[in-house]
Write a protein that binds this ligand. Structure first.
Ligand code: AMP
Length: 313
């Protein structure tokens, strides 16, 4: 049971109407690894510069993440700056993207990373996603995430990588942008026609939808009273989803539906605090409690019990 992940390891500057954090630990692969390491062995591939605090590497190591594939080089760490307003909680407005050392990164996987059961190509240049995918031997599941930045700048190569994976994860707006349509069903059809078995479209506070050829499954988001910073919701959704599949060793559609609930629960915790802070103390038992509650949310005879005080009846 192991997942090899490549993606941004970053320092983020995030603004919301309530506050700002500067150079906080971020990056798609960081969020993913922090979440998935609750379930399974994670092997991280990426690069950071000499401006990246060693305590962040120590934090990942402390969670059991294998960081031998995380290179440290002279130069600048990936830096992303984004802003959320009341009307764009589900889609950050990017203010700045500095690729830093990722612009010239040439990933070389340690040999045991190549035999991982699962590979996750987290958000990063599709050229790097492809280089990692080509080095992994016959994973049971390959999944990819991306965003508008790469859809706009390198759609042909992104499409080439999408053709080679089993699962594509994207925000709803990004799936629509990729499919050049206002219909998520039409976007899903275009993406599944490329070859993936599943599209997972994340709808932020409205949940997540799984599209497979003849299967549709929808999971709500957890109703939260405390929402501080939506950054990383998508990556930790992926961490809960793939972490669960890797742990149970089952990559069937039925397992994927249960995994969507784990992804949704994981993302709900992430946004309760800035950066990865809420995940520092999170346990699998906390996740499972929310997963159980999901089963009641759409059952009129179910009794949903919320964690958040004001919703308790
Ligand atoms: P999300 O889960 O979509 O909120 O992802 C947030 C993370 O994605 C942030 O921590 C950023 O550092 C990272 N990120 C933002 N833009 C990019 C990009 N163009 N490529 C890779 N990672 C990015």
């Amino acid at each position: 049971m192991s997942i090899t992940v490549v993606g941004s390891v970053a320092l983020d500057t995030v603004e919301t109407p309530f506050g700002k954090v500067e150079n906080a630990l971020g990056g798609a692969a960081t969020y993913f690894s922090t979440a998935a390491s609750l379930y399974t062995q994670v092997q991280l591939v990426g690069v950071v510069g000499d401006d990246f605090p060693e305590q962040h590497v120590e934090f990942l190591r402390g969670r059991g993440v294998d960081v031998r594939g995380l290179q440290r080089r002279p130069g600048q760490t990936f830096h992303w700056a984004g802003r959320y307003e009341y009307d764009n909680l589900n889609n950050a407005q990017t203010l700045d993207t500095q690729l830093g050392l990722f612009a010239s990164f040439d990933p070389q996987l340690p040999d045991d990373y190549r035999s991982a059961d699962c590979v996750f190509l987290a958000n990063i240049d599709p050229a790097l996603q492809l280089k990692v995918l080509e080095q992994v031997r016959q994973p049971k599941l390959a999944a990819l995430d991306s965003m508008n930045f790469w859809i706009t700048s390198n759609k042909p190569l992104l499409t080439e990588v999408m053709r080679k994976v089993d699962v594509v994860l994207m925000n709803e707006a990004e799936a629509l942008e990729y499919g050049e349509t206002f219909s998520l069903v039409a976007a899903a059809r275009k993406i599944l026609e490329l070859g993936p078995k599943v599209l997972l479209a994340k709808k932020g506070e409205y949940g997540a939808a799984l599209f497979a050829r003849q299967t549709y499954f929808f999971a709500p988001a957890y109703p939260l009273e405390v929402v501080k910073d939506p950054t990383g919701a998508g990556d930790t959704f992926a961490g809960g989803f793939l972490g669960y599949l890797s742990r149970v060793g089952d990559y069937s559609l039925a397992a994927m539906k249960r995994a969507v609930l784990h992804g949704s629960a994981m993302a709900s915790f992430t946004i309760e605090d800035y950066s990865i802070d809420r995940l520092r103390t999170l346990t699998l038992a906390d996740i499972e409690r929310r997963v159980e509650q999901f089963a009641h949310f759409t059952n009129p005879r179910g009794e949903a019990i919320f964690d958040t005080l004001s919703l308790r009846v």
